[in-house]
Design a protein around this ligand. Structure first.
Ligand SMILES: Cc1cc2nc3c(=O)[nH]c(=O)nc-3n(C[C@H](O)[C@H](O)[C@H](O)COP(=O)(O)OP(=O)(O)OC[C@H]3O[C@@H](n4cnc5c(N)ncnc54)[C@H](O)[C@@H]3O)c2cc1C
Length: 546
């Protein structure tokens, strides 16, 4: 081992030792490149940003505890540092003039992007090599979107990288530890934040337990149960926060999925007394849907990688100025706290506030309601939801916020009716009553539109609308019509199609079933059929998106 050199493995959104190329490379080259130390940063610039919350720090801390143990088994020390990256690298550099930095590429928010640029400049000036390995199937400086699908396939086919062998010598870090800023203060966060009482707990063991229970039992119901918030909590994999922090890699999950689909695995499933042939075909359909979602994950992160401005700006410029830039605080606060007077919206938001998770369809409904019926810009709601989603992943998040707000120009516009969604996804009102105790005693007939309940009954039940539960903040029919008219008017504009084509070239899916045709066939987009889908998107249409 060359003691005059040091290799730093900088952990970012990749908190695992399995399938970890930078760690593997570093530990394979200790003879020539020096011993290895691992760093993770809670950077105040990121932890105090508007899209970060205490739950993210707590979840990461749980994941880091297990990572620390896994690294210790490899004789690698993990330093978790509450400070900005560059000053710490300078301290280390003063001790080890010869060092190498290894990490995965990160596609994060603008703050992390600027930090990476600063670190890159610093490395160039100091003559330090920073070796970055691609993350999952996200391609840096992708020239042509047409190639992305095959790159995804190629990357996912590669074997899962084995856990490397331990190093024989640890570097002596005592001088660095003395010079590092005081680490006893935990991450600096925005004041007044509390952790979520019902959120999922971090750590690789928990992620693997979910992965196994999904493929062994829960996947049977996945496809049919993913849309209702009543059933989605147990039928969906719930892996998203672990994927967002890289506690398991997408490739690991995909390889597990392929194993589940092998004939021997299916034979074993079929041999269990409860599993009929029909249930095996449900299982196969479910894991196919799940596989597409893993693909979408990288597809959406690729959008942010290719166009970082989508964190701030509409994908299609025709929507600029359409909604007011300044948020209406009364409407926003009602929405953000689950007090809009629409039971399904409020129940979903209240569940999210407590658990840090809600299923895809209900996320889409929450955003659609804010962007269409409340006619608010997506930016402030995006930040609120980023703080609430334990699985916050900027690439998926901003792409979805824009899709559900209709500002991409390349996707079908979908406006959800929260009363219809309630009837479809919570037919008995069980979910609404669970999250809104004030509505416990309201009979089924009024449960999703309690404002229509006669006043006398409201008084009898002790649930007076406007006192015990809010009055609706908007009139649903009028608000929906106004939004529909305004959004469709933008699409009629002469230059709309050519600009949409530009967005499509850079960010659109090349899967013909999805936005490929939507972008190129303006006529189809404007057809009556499509207009009808605005009110009632079917499950099939929900699948046809990217
Ligand atoms: C407005 C909005 C914002 C969203 N923000 C995020 C976010 O910040 N982070 C995030 O991980 N997901 C986000 N999603 C996508 C989706 O809702 C979540 O990934 C999913 O609900 C997570 O639960 P799960 O792990 O049980 O998903 P599963 O259904 O079990 O899916 C498995 C994995 O596939 C990926 N995935 C699933 N659905 C999608 C999708 N529609 N697009 C891209 N990837 C998907 C996720 O990594 C997920 O963990 C958002 C969706 C909407 C509508």
């Amino acid at each position: 081992v060359n003691p005059n050199r040091l290799q730093i493995v900088w952990f970012k959104r990749d908190l695992r030792v399995q399938d970890h190329q930078p760690l593997h490379d570093a530990l394979s080259h200790t003879d020539s490149e020096g011993p290895v130390v691992a760093l993770y940063f809670f950077e105040p610039s990121l932890t105090s940003a508007d899209d970060y919350a205490l739950q993210h720090a707590s979840f990461a801390t749980e994941c880091l505890a297990q990572l620390r143990k896994d690294l210790a088994a490899l004789q690698v020390e993990l330093l978790v540092i509450n400070a900005e990256v560059l000053p710490v690298l300078e301290i280390i550099r003063a001790q080890w003039p010869s060092m190498i930095l290894q990490s995965h590429e990160e596609t994060g928010n603008a703050i992390s992007y600027r930090r990476d640029l600063a670190v890159e400049r610093w490395c160039t000036v100091e003559g330090i090599v920073w070796k970055q390995t691609p993350s999952h199937a996200v391609v840096r400086r992708l020239k042509n979107r047409d190639d992305w699908g095959s790159i995804w396939n190629d990357r996912m086919q590669i074997e899962v990288i084995e856990v490397p062998l331990p190093q024989s010598h640890r570097p002596n870090l005592s001088k660095i530890l003395e010079a590092l800023p005081n680490n006893s203060d935990f991450v600096v966060l925005r004041p007044g934040q509390t952790d979520k009482p019902l959120r999922i707990v971090g750590g690789r063991a928990n992620a693997l337990a979910l992965l196994e229970s999904f493929f062994e039992t829960r996947a049977f119901e996945y496809r049919t149960a993913m849309s209702s918030p009543l059933t989605a909590q147990s039928a969906c994999s719930r892996l998203s926060p672990y994927i967002a922090l890289g506690v398991v890699s997408v490739k690991e999950i995909l390889h597990r999925l392929w194993r589940a689909r092998r004939p021997d695995s299916l034979r074993q499933l079929a041999s269990k007394p409860d599993n009929s042939l029909q249930s095996i075909s449900h299982y196969l359909a479910s894991i196919k849907s799940f596989e597409s979602r893993l693909h979408w994950r990288c597809h959406f992160v690729q959008k942010l990688e290719s166009q970082p401005r989508i964190e701030f700006e509409n994908m299609h410029a025709a929507y600029n100025g359409l909604r007011p830039e300044t948020i209406n605080s009364a409407l926003f606060n009602a929405w953000a706290n689950g007090n809009t007077g629409f039971p399904m919206i409020d129940a979903c938001m209240r569940m999210l506030l407590q658990t840090g998770w809600i299923n895809f369809r209900m996320r889409a409904m929450l955003v659609s309601f804010s962007s269409y019926q409340l006619w608010q810009h997506w930016r402030e709601p995006a930040l609120h939801l980023a703080r609430q989603f334990l699985d916050y992943e900027p690439g998926i998040h901003y792409s979805q916020l824009q899709m559900q707000s209709g500002t991409t120009g390349i996707n079908t516009i979908r406006m959800y009716n929260p009363v219809k969604q309630a009837r479809d996804q919570d037919p008995t009102g069980e979910f609404v009553r669970r999250w809104i105790p004030q509505l416990q005693s309201v009979p089924d007939q009024w449960i999703f539109e309690p404002w229509t309940m006669p006043l006398m009954i409201q008084e009898q039940l002790g649930c007076v609308i406007g006192t015990d539960y809010p009055r609706p903040v908007v009139e649903l029919e009028q608000a929906s019509k106004r939004a529909r008219d305004l959004v469709w008017a933008v699409r009629e504009h002469a230059q709309f199609g050519s600009q949409a084509q530009t967005v499509f070239q850079k960010l659109g899916s090349r899967n013909k079933q999805r936005e490929g045709t939507a972008a190129s066939k303006k006529k189809a987009r404007d057809s009556k059929k499509e207009k009808a889908s605005v009110a009632n998107p079917s499950e099939a249409q929900l699948d046809l998106f990217s």
